[in-house]
Design a protein around this ligand. Structure first.
Ligand SMILES: [Zn+2]
Length: 436
């Protein structure tokens, strides 16, 4: 990674006001002689208060916990991040003159750009969650990491980022909340804590995550899923996060209105995998045991006829998929099981067997009827390749993952009755589907 030039570091230390940054985090500062004084946010209850800011030199020192230094040191301590990460957070909000849009004047020495407040008026919970999700969405567009992550998972950022308001939480939300002593500032922080967006420590719950909001039928965000994307996470740090409270909302609800046949995944990344490959009639449960009454009601409301259950193909998800099929079958919905090779989920499969539009299409067309009315399975044909690089001849399924396909075939044979033997990727290769 490119080294950050010294003069850029000096610029941040000079231009980003420690006092303004602390105030943006809700710290009240009062003038004492030539310094400002407030309660230190870096250590326990600071009744004294023991934090001093030298506004002239733009330095801070806490006589309680000993923390001191520049604005970079402050962000490192506040956010619990490395020097490098702290600089990146600051650069994101205070870009240098060269990267600043033309015509915008550089900030004056020892002042900061005024940060726009996240919410300035009274907003309901749904609206507040929505604004946070949209803030994360804007953040994603300014940073390469989440887009690199999507690429690495074989997802097409252009087809999913704007469509689903995917976002990135990079620990900067706090700077956009009005100061505690300002009107609404304290109340807003309290409400964001109640919604679980900010923890009692002041940190963002979803920090370091790709964020995927889930909307209700009124267009308000009711839940946000976060997937940690950083490398080298400490062992035990959860990779999958949700806002506290009930898991609700129907992701990609409009698919239910547009198609009588729905592909149902057990994870949002899997659902995005199908969507990226052109199968837009897809939604997801909240995990293998996370099918909700709300989703069932939505299926009924939109008169969904067929559900292709594309849960992971492993010992935990298989019984859950069958049980769910039976439950939906009772409701008169025709249920099919999408049979990935053993041990794989939709995303693993799409990454291993390219092009995904073709490989996923093969599996959808060969899904096995499990419960409900036995309707004829005529899923939509594989989406037309958008570019030459996506053309089917790029790689055939067996070229990409011969061993897996082989192993899967044996597994199928050993457990399934001969009459019900489903098509496997290798079987599909012997009679390839018509392209496009
Ligand atoms: Zn302190």
């Amino acid at each position: 990674m490119a080294r950050i030039p010294d003069d850029e570091l000096e610029r941040l230390k000079r231009e980003v006001s420690i006092a303004d940054l602390l105030r943006a985090r809700g710290v009240e500062l009062k003038r004492v002689g030539k310094d400002l004084r407030g309660r230190c946010p870096l250590h326990g209850p600071d009744e004294t208060p023991s934090l001093f800011v030298d506004t002239h030199r733009n330095l801070f020192i806490c006589h309680g916990c000993g923390a001191k230094g520049s604005v970079i040191d402050l962000v490192m301590r506040l956010e619990g991040v490395s020097f490098r990460h702290a600089v990146e957070i600051l650069l994101a909000d205070y870009p240098s003159v060269s990267s600043r849009p033309a015509g915008r004047p550089p900030p004056k020495r020892s002042t900061v750009q005024k940060l726009p407040a996240l919410v300035t008026d009274e907003a309901g919970d749904g609206e507040l969650r929505t604004r946070v999700a949209l803030y994360y969405h804007e953040t994603l567009k300014k940073h390469p990491e989440p887009v690199e992550y999507l690429d690495g998972r074989g997802l097409n950022p252009e087809s999913v980022v704007d469509r689903f308001k995917l976002g990135y939480s990079n620990r900067t939300l706090g700077y956009y909340i009005p100061q505690s002593q300002r009107k609404n500032g304290k109340a807003l922080r309290t409400r964001l804590q109640e919604l679980g967006i900010i923890k009692s420590s002041g940190h963002e719950l979803l920090r370091g995550s790709l964020t995927i909001p889930v909307f209700d039928e009124h267009g308000h965000v009711v839940q946000i899923y976060g997937r940690k994307i950083g490398r080298g996470l400490r062992p035990g740090v959860p990779q999958h996060l949700y806002l506290p409270g009930r898991l609700r909302g129907v992701w990609n609800r409009s698919a239910l209105a547009e198609s009588k046949e729905i592909v149902l995944c057990e994870a949002l990344i899997d659902a995005l995998t199908f969507y990226s490959a052109g199968y837009t009639n897809v939604t997801a449960t909240w995990g293998k045991n996370g099918f909700t009454e709300e989703l069932l009601e939505a299926f009924k409301a939109y008169a969904t006829e067929r559900v292709l259950i594309a849960f992971d193909r492993d010992d935990e998800s298989e019984p859950a998929a069958i049980e769910l099929a039976k439950r939906l079958g009772v409701e008169g919905i025709s249920c099919f099981r999408v049979r990935f090779p053993r041990g794989m989920d939709a995303n693993d499969y799409a990454l291993r067997v390219t092009p995904p539009a073709q490989s996923l299409g093969v599996l959808l067309r060969s899904a096995e009827h499990v419960a409900g009315p036995l309707t004829t399975l005529v899923p939509a044909p594989a989406p037309a390749p958008e570019t030459a690089a996506d053309a089917p001849e790029a790689t055939t399924p067996t070229d990409a993952a011969p061993e897996t396909a082989q192993a899967s075939e044996h597994a199928e044979r050993s457990e399934a009755p001969p009459a019900a033997e489903p098509a496997s990727p290798s079987a599909a290769q012997s009679s390839p589907p018509p392209p496009g």
